[in-house]
Ligand binder design. Structure first.
Ligand SMILES: [Zn+2]
Length: 102
């Protein structure tokens, strides 16, 4: 099993725990190993989207450049849509936009 596959397996397990909690199946907040999620702010739809992608084998693909998102990044931000490069570009654009508004 590759590191990527191991990482995905852990993320899938943790997301399933989070899904159970957010959908009200379990009352106790899940003890996730690596998800640093603020559970009250995590939309259930986002968790389900990630789980669907995991099951279809398309999880961890950047929506912008279609490149792979590094497993190290997914472990920290399992619901991210962007790879590091595109996220950085996005932040730069965001700063440029708010600079223009001001
Ligand atoms: Zn990208």
């Amino acid at each position: 099993m590759t590191n990527q596959a191991k990482g995905f397996a852990v993320i899938e397990r943790d997301l399933m725990l989070v899904e159970g909690y957010l959908s009200g199946e379990t009352n106790e907040p899940p003890e996730c190993e690596l998800l640093d999620l603020d559970l009250r702010r995590t939309p259930l739809a986002e968790v389900r989207r990630a789980l669907t992608q995991l099951r279809r084998g398309i999880y961890g693909t950047c929506v912008d450049c279609r490149g792979p998102v590094a497993i190290e990044r997914l472990r920290v931000r399992p619901l991210t849509h962007l790879c590091k490069g595109c996220m950085h570009a996005d932040e730069v654009n965001e700063r440029a936009r708010s600079a223009r508004i001001r």
